[in-house]
Design a protein around this ligand. Structure first.
Ligand code: ADP
Ligand code: MG
Length: 315
């Protein structure tokens, strides 16, 4: 229901956030959903992953960085009625908190977009300095107020996508297992590497997501096997099937979870959220184990040199 949306400032985010969490925030905080090819499931992934992560009580922000405003409409927000949007935030005219809209049903905050964003892209192109870091700077004040910030990128490797990749900790790449998919992927990986060496050295690939998958299609299975051969663990185990509920949910202005929560599409995006959270927890555990092991070595070195106490692991 489009009418249920209201403008939300940072205060309402804090109210909605509930009690503070005891665990450290799961997963990379800012995740760009990117692929320069159109129609591969970026927007579907951004909206439904946002709702699925919000359903696990994470505080989620979704940034619509596509002038088509599909994530905005798919979240039930009328893109022709925006008071302020990502163009104003990107150009520094409005604080991000003042442009956010609460998505209900959905449980996340949205920075909406419409075709005005095309003009912002042109303005960015003509700027001499700092044009790649506009989004990163704009998001900075609210970065710590969210567990996850997802960015829905446009279907191009343009300044909007560059801004998203510079603002992001990691990139989630939805792709359809089709004939030319791997070629497109290497162009994107090239861009990610360029961004890494130029502006954001810690940018990682969060994962590659197989979307609209039809297991009866031999080519899809072949491309999927090649993908795993090239990218190994970077390929999410969760596969998003082709599912009519996912395609029709945007016309109701709702994430699929609130359109048909039992559908295979809804379950697949919940599974993706679960896989991302599990992965992050495993990584955190590994880091903790490595730190403990390093601590052991230090203690042993100190012991051998005979001039220090052995520090117990637990400290
Ligand atoms: P992108 O943002 O990459 O351009 P979209 O998410 O808009 O791609 O998806 C393109 C089209 O395919 C949309 O009409 C969308 O509803 C549909 N679609 C996306 N994912 C699925 C899916 N898993 N099953 C069925 N239709 C899908
Ligand atoms: Mg899209």
């Amino acid at each position: 229901m489009r009418g249920m949306v209201h403008q939300a400032g940072p205060e309402s985010n804090f109210c909605d956030a509930g009690p503070p969490r005891v665990h450290s925030p799961p997963m990379k905080r800012v995740i760009a959903v990117a692929n320069q090819k159109g129609g591969v499931g970026k927007t579907t992934t951004a909206v439904n992953l946002a709702a699925s992560l919000a359903a696990t009580k994470r505080r989620v922000m979704l940034l619509d960085l596509d002038p088509q405003g599909n994530a905005t409409m798919g979240s039930g927000v009328d893109k022709s009625q925006l008071q302020s949007s990502s163009v104003d935030v990107l150009l520094g005219d409005v604080e991000i908190g003042a442009a956010l809209v609460r998505v209900d049903p959905g449980g996340f905050d949205l920075l909406p977009a419409n075709q005005d964003l095309t003009a912002a892209e042109v303005r960015l192109l003509t700027m001499m300095a700092g044009r790649e870091t506009k989004l990163r700077n704009a998001v900075a004040p609210l970065r710590e107020s969210y567990d996850v910030i997802l960015i829905d990128c446009p279907p191009a490797l343009n300044m909007l996508t560059v801004n998203s990749l510079v603002a992001a900790d990691s990139v989630l790449i939805p792709m359809q297992c089709e004939y030319y998919a791997l070629e497109g992927l290497s162009a994107l990986v090239g861009t990610i590497e360029q961004i890494r060496s130029a502006a954001n050295e810690s940018l990682e690939i969060e994962g590659i997501l197989r979307t609209m998958f039809d297991p009866r299609n031999n080519l899809a299975n072949e491309v999927s096997a090649q993908l795993i051969m090239h990218f190994g663990d970077k390929v999410f185990r969760t596969i998003i099937p082709r599912n009519i509920r996912l395609a029709e949910a945007p016309s109701f202005g709702k994430p699929v979870l609130f359109h048909d929560r039992e559908s295979r599409g809804a379950l697949a995006y919940l599974a993706l959220a679960g896989e991302m959270i599990r992965r992050e927890e495993e990584e955190q555990q590994q880091t903790a184990t490595q730190a403990a092991a390093a601590g052991d070595e230090d203690a042993e070195v100190a012991d051998e040199s005979g001039n220090a106490e052995v520090v117990p692991n637990s400290l």
